[in-house]
Design a protein around this ligand. Structure first.
Ligand SMILES: [Zn+2]
Length: 150
């Protein structure tokens, strides 16, 4: 599947995730902050996609406006082979989450100090789950469309 197809699928998935999280909050199964964290994690999957392993991908172009992200994206593409570790569910997501967020978290920690508490770690974990959902949808689309054409 090409980048445009992935973007459309991600948007469709985002609608499903939004409705699912809203239902979860309305039924009292999830608090609003947790739902928002998962929703934001899924949204981040639009930019932090597994196809960042391609230097000339649509995902890399999305990073262009922010120079530090662009530099990190190109370095990620050099380090990770296309559809290699970056396209593994959860593990690939973890590589991108750490690759792109640790530098900013380290800067924030140096500027503002370390103030991590359990609620914030819980929200980070829920955001990661949302990002994993976006990646799993991407990887499943790659698998299905690749097999279809062979
Ligand atoms: Zn892909």
């Amino acid at each position: 599947m090409d980048g445009e197809g992935h973007d459309k699928l991600h948007a469709l998935g985002w609608c499903v995730v939004t409705v699912g999280l809203a239902v979860g909050v309305l039924r009292g199964e999830l608090d609003a902050a947790g739902a928002l964290a998962m929703w934001a994690g899924y949204a981040a999957g639009r930019v932090l996609t597994p196809d960042l392993d391609l230097a000339r991908s649509r995902a890399q172009r999305a990073l262009r406006p922010v120079l530090p992200l662009r530099a990190l994206g190109l370095a990620y593409a050099r380090l990770f082979r296309h559809r290699g570790l970056s396209h593994w569910p959860i593990v690939g997501t973890l590589t991108r989450a750490l690759w792109f967020m640790l530098p900013f978290a380290a800067c924030a920690a140096l500027l503002f100090g370390f103030h991590f508490s359990f609620p914030s770690l819980r929200l980070i974990a829920l955001g990661f789950v949302g990002l994993c959902l976006a990646d799993i949808l991407h990887i499943a689309a790659d698998v299905v469309t690749t097999r279809r054409w062979r």
